[in-house]
Design a protein around this ligand. Structure first.
Ligand code: GLA
Length: 392
């Protein structure tokens, strides 16, 4: 991961690459989920934090119905007519921009085209929500151009719709909500049913949040993600037959799953066990954070990993290996896979004086079978999305 916003400023890069001044620069962060995995689409609880690394979008209006995008990291540039974009004809990354533009247009933005420059500090395909960061920064920038600045939850919901409708990823609400609403220095506890949240100060008292990228791209993620959602719906149907008030696994306790484990499908019972225990762990982790009990927080993280590995089965050998390597270093309080799974990153809480040992252990013991060596990244909770420059 590169350091935040390397020079030149996206505003200047826009002027240089597009040949005229930009009108707005927006920034939206990626995220790492501390705990609460695969609970958001079950109307449960999540506890992510925003990264300090963001995606930046600089833009200026056009009046010819075309969107031209310069993607600096990909060294790619594309232009399409807003009437005429189609997923089949343009690279995958354009769907986030085309989707957000179309949804803003449907909500009354006066958008008749735009020049857009994108620069991202969030690694793509690492499970750190680079797509949510791109959607949110684009929505802020194009919304400003189109004179349609959305409220925070409206913005997050629009970006999630873009992901569903245009990228065909049936994700939950966590990534877009934390990218929009995070506060620097805080973890973000979100109740995905009521859509209410709490900023919990992440006081780490001599500890650091570490993110280690396995280098494995989550190739299976899309099909397995949809399958897990279906299995959760099937588990809900089982419990609803017994209690019509059950609308989501949020309404089921871990105890109830335990009681019924013998009379339900074995796989569904395991999926429901993960979701219900993970909801309990997330609330317990939030409570531990509020009272400064980092040891308990770390223990819950490690338990979360075992549940994701054994009951929800969304880990992979590389993630398990990293968890094992990092978890064995003295001073590491807890470690787990983070994000959708099947690749991407692990997240750990480690004592500051053990970071060098974590780096050495990963370097010596982890065989990078994916795209390259695993990097240990030290992170702090960053701020949510913002318009950085407007009316230039
Ligand atoms: C992906 C999705 C999120 C969430 C996580 C799993 O990151 O985008 O909505 O479901 O997986 O917790």
């Amino acid at each position: 991961m590169r350091p935040p916003s390397p020079a030149p400023h996206p505003r200047d890069e826009f002027a240089c690459r597009v040949g005229r001044p930009c009108f707005v620069v927006a920034r939206a962060p990626g995220r790492v989920n501390l705990i609460g995995e695969h609970t958001d689409y079950n109307e449960g609880f999540v506890l992510p934090m925003a990264l300090e690394q963001s995606t930046w979008v600089a833009a200026a209006p056009r009046d010819d119905g075309h969107i031209r995008v310069v993607a600096t990291d990909l060294d790619d540039e594309r232009t399409w007519s807003m009437q005429d974009w189609s997923a089949a004809r343009y690279p995958a990354w354009t769907r986030y921009i085309a989707g957000v533009a179309e949804l803003l247009h449907r909500r009354g933005a006066r958008l008749d085209g735009a020049d857009v420059l994108i620069r991202s500090e969030v690694p793509v395909g690492g499970g750190l929500s680079s797509s949510a960061a791109l959607e949110v920064a684009t929505a802020l920038a194009l919304g400003t151009i189109g004179d349609r600045v959305l409220g925070a939850t409206e913005l997050a919901d629009l970006c999630r719709s873009a992901e569903h409708e245009f990228a065909q990823v049936p994700c939950g609400i966590m990534d877009q909500y934390v990218s929009v609403l995070a506060q620097a220095g805080c973890a973000f506890l979100l109740d995905c049913r009521t859509r209410t949240w709490e900023h919990i100060p992440l006081d780490l008292h001599g500890h650091t949040v570490l993110v280690v990228n396995s280098g494995v791209h989550h190739a299976l993620a899309a099909s397995e993600y949809a399958l897990r959602q279906q299995q959760c719906r099937d588990a809900v149907a089982f419990f609803r037959q017994r209690d019509p008030r059950v609308r989501a696994l949020r309404d089921v306790s871990a105890d109830l799953v335990r009681q019924h484990a013998g009379d339900m499908d074995r796989v569904l019972a395991a999926r429901a066990r993960h979701v219900t225990t993970e909801n309990e762990r997330t609330l317990a982790a939030a409570a531990a954070l509020r009272r400064g009990d980092l040891a308990e927080f770390g223990r819950l993280m490690s338990e979360s990993h075992r549940s994701l590995r054994d009951d929800y089965q969304v880990s992979c050998p590389e993630l398990d290996r990293l968890v094992e390597i990092v978890g064995a270093v003295p001073g590491v309080l807890g470690v787990r896979m983070t994000g959708g799974g099947f690749g991407g990153c692990v997240v750990a809480i480690a004592r500051d004086d053990s970071i060098a040992a974590v780096e050495a252990a990963v370097h010596e013991k982890y065989d990078a079978t994916g795209d390259g060596p695993a990097h240990v990244i030290q992170t702090r909770p960053g701020a949510g999305a913002a318009i950085e420059v407007s009316g230039v």
